[in-house]
Ligand binder design. Structure first.
Ligand code: GLC
Length: 420
């Protein structure tokens, strides 16, 4: 049983491998996604280190001249996906989308490198300058207001979470014209965003296109700009890991350490005392989202937790049996199966677990690992799960869930097998 799960996980990675890049899942997501790819690389590293580095190379090969690493790379056009390269019109060869995604790459590259530094040093040296460029882009383009900002909910990776509702409310989606969605043909529409939300998502894409994807203009004039606690903490941690990698390569890391210090100094801007937690903020209006979700808890990853946040974490986590939910189960808006509005994601759990472990909270790490493993053992390698009853949701045979099993969630089961 246990051995089967490890073998199944490796098979999923191989089956979703398109030669140098990995699909998140067949059908629903037929291209290369930014943070999915970093997780895929981490998974590959457990059994094929060169293939892991290939994944990172392919991702960074599509870096824009301004340093941005795009959220989707459209390697092989697939009519089953919307919005595709023609809708984005962001250029590139292969074509890409025009926004970025959570910069987990440096953190996962560090983990991959540390698995075998001797075998990895040259590969690391090749990607390091590109990672530095990408982090500089975050600092100069997306962190101009202090915390990391997103210009589209999809940039957060937590696409549809309630954090973005107040910013979305100011986006006019009424003029986007007709279009046919593809996502609802692959999975149950009740788990996916609603049409009113999709109209607004497209309006933001159309704005980006109208300014030729000038990222600074999108930040200053675009219809949506929100501070994202999730990306802020991921980036803060990634700056730190990038500096560690720089040291390993005997590079001067002062600039990176400066970005880390500046970003940490901006954290009070996203602390909401009324909520007793970190909170997303609409940077156009200055208003907080007033919503506690998994983005706030990523503070643990960046060593930015506070006692009040511990209380909130335990309240939210103890309200469900399986993993840390993406949205507060006691909030009226909580929806256990709808995209990022309640379900639990094994990948987010793995990032939280890295944070718990590093801050000496082995008890929390062990609990989260056990609950995440139970989800996968009961119901397979789904994209995400209902945290109240473990129902598998979204796409099946998902790359990042398989990767998380191999790198983290399946660890005890692998050891048990070894001992048997
Ligand atoms: C969805 C998720 C996003 C992920 C993508 C591919 O858009 O919200 O985080 O990268 O699917 O798995």
């Amino acid at each position: 049983m246990t051995m089967d799960l490890h073998e199944q996980a490796r098979q999923i990675l191989r089956q979703n491998d398109r030669g140098g890049y990995t699909l998140p899942t067949h059908g629903l997501y037929p291209y290369q996604w930014n943070w999915d790819s970093a997780f895929a690389a981490w998974g590959f590293a457990t059994f094929d280190l060169p293939r892991a580095w290939d994944e990172i190379d392919t991702l960074l090969a599509s870096q824009w001249d301004d340093g941005m690493v795009p959220h989707i790379i459209f390697h092989d056009p697939d009519p089953g996906y919307f919005p595709g390269p023609d809708v984005w019109s962001a250029g590139g060869d292969p074509a890409t989308s025009g926004i970025s995604q959570p910069p987990v790459a440096a953190t996962l590259v560090r983990l991959i490198y540390e698995m075998n530094p001797d075998a990895s040093r040259d590969r690391l040296a090749a990607v390091y300058p590109k990672l530095v460029e990408w982090h500089r882009w975050w600092h100069e383009v997306r962190c101009v207001h202090g915390p990391a900002a997103i210009v589209h909910p999809w940039e957060s990776g937590r696409d549809n979470c309630p954090d973005w509702d107040i910013g979305m409310a100011n986006v006019d989606g009424s003029k986007v014209g007709d279009y046919t969605r593809r996502d609802t043909g692959h999975v149950d529409p009740s788990m996916r965003p609603k049409k009113s939300e999709y109209d607004r998502y497209l309006a933001m894409v159309q704005f980006g296109k109208s300014v030729g994807w000038d990222q600074k203009r999108i930040v200053s004039e675009g219809p949506f700009l929100m501070a994202d606690p999730g990306i802020t903490f991921i980036l803060l941690r990634a700056h730190h890991d990038l500096a560690v990698l720089g040291h390993a390569l005997d590079q001067d890391t002062d600039e990176i350490e400066g970005w880390e210090t500046t970003l940490r100094a901006a954290l009070p801007m996203i602390w909401n005392d009324d909520l007793q937690g970190y909170d997303a903020k609409d940077l156009r209006t200055g208003k907080f989202a007033r919503f506690l979700g998994s983005g706030a808890f990523l503070a643990y990853l960046a060593n930015a937790a506070r006692p009040e946040l511990d209380t909130q974490l335990m309240r939210v986590w103890n309200a469900v049996p399986y993993g840390i939910p993406s949205a507060d189960p006691e909030a009226p808006i909580f929806d256990a199966r709808r995209y990022w509005r309640g379900p639990t994601w094994p990948v987010v759990n793995s990032l939280l677990a890295i944070g718990f472990r590093d801050m000496g909270r082995a008890d929390l790490e062990v609990r989260l690992r056990r609950e995440t493993a139970e989800l996968i053992m009961k119901n397979g390698f789904s994209e995400y799960f209902d945290p109240t009853d473990a129902t598998p949701c979204g796409g099946a045979n998902f790359t990042w869930t398989a990767a998380i099993w191999l790198t983290w969630a399946g660890q005890d089961y692998e050891q048990a097998k070894g001992a048997a």
